[in-house]
Design a protein around this ligand. Structure first.
Ligand code: DX5
Ligand code: ZN
Length: 217
């Protein structure tokens, strides 16, 4: 059984509280929060103060995806802002093992994300220390891009790796996920599906969230 993590990046930023309430009513348990620094990725989104304010209006699980260089500089701030899961990019953190230990020392779940071109071998010596792997199925930075087909095999290979090395690890997939390909991704082994434009771009966000949930259970 898989779960949905709607990405706030495609929500109406002038009405964040209402947008979050809609996915909650639709049955979402997670909220995916994309933090971008204009350096690791060519876009800037939102950061610590926004997450801190949202923490006061919802009990959804905050799944924070840091697309920032040297994320180790800000772990404590994101924990204090209310993150439940913090995922950093392998490509952005030179001393990844230390960064993961820092995240876990604050009592939150630690994830590692890989860009589409990064092989999963880089997880070999860290997989036993982490709670989640986030496979990017688009190049990070923007919502509304198309799923990169080669990522389907990568998801399957990551599922095998998890089953072999640390079965408790959550396999999250992010980018280009629609109602039309969600089922295939779950069959490939995904546990947590991030969807931004397909959820918040819908005419009826509550209904779209329900549709996703029905499809992937
Ligand atoms: C992209 C972000 C995604 C994004 C996904 O860099 O990490 O979480 O919001 O958007 P969609 O679902 O529209 O591809
Ligand atoms: Zn994301």
């Amino acid at each position: 059984m898989a779960k949905l993590a709607p990405s706030l990046l495609s929500a109406d930023f002038a009405n964040l509280k209402e947008e979050i309430e809609k996915i909650k009513v639709g049955g979402a348990e997670f909220l995916h929060l994309d933090v971008m620094d204009g350096n690791f990725v060519p876009n800037i989104s939102f950061g610590i103060p926004v997450i801190k304010s949202l923490r006061k209006v919802t009990d959804l699980i905050f799944d924070v995806h840091l697309m920032i260089e040297k994320p180790e500089r800000y772990i404590k701030d994101f924990v204090q802002a209310g993150a439940d899961i913090i995922t950093v990019h392998q490509e952005a953190s030179l001393h990844l093992h230390r960064t993961i230990q820092e995240i876990k020392s604050h009592g939150v779940k630690a994830g590692v994300s890989l860009n589409p071109a990064t092989p999963i071998d880089v997880l070999e010596y860290i997989i036993k220390d982490i709670d989640l792997i986030l496979i990017m199925s688009v190049n990070p930075g923007f919502g509304g891009q198309s799923f990169i087909p080669a990522m389907l095999d990568k998801i399957r290979a990551t599922r095998d790796l998890i089953d072999r090395e640390n079965p408790g690890v959550i396999l999250e997939v992010d980018g280009g996920i629609k109602l039309s390909n969600a089922k295939e991704l779950v069959e490939a082994g995904a546990d947590l599906l991030v969807a931004g434009s397909e959820v918040f771009g819908a005419e009826d966000v509550v209904e779209r969230t329900r549709e996703f949930n029905k499809l992937i259970v």
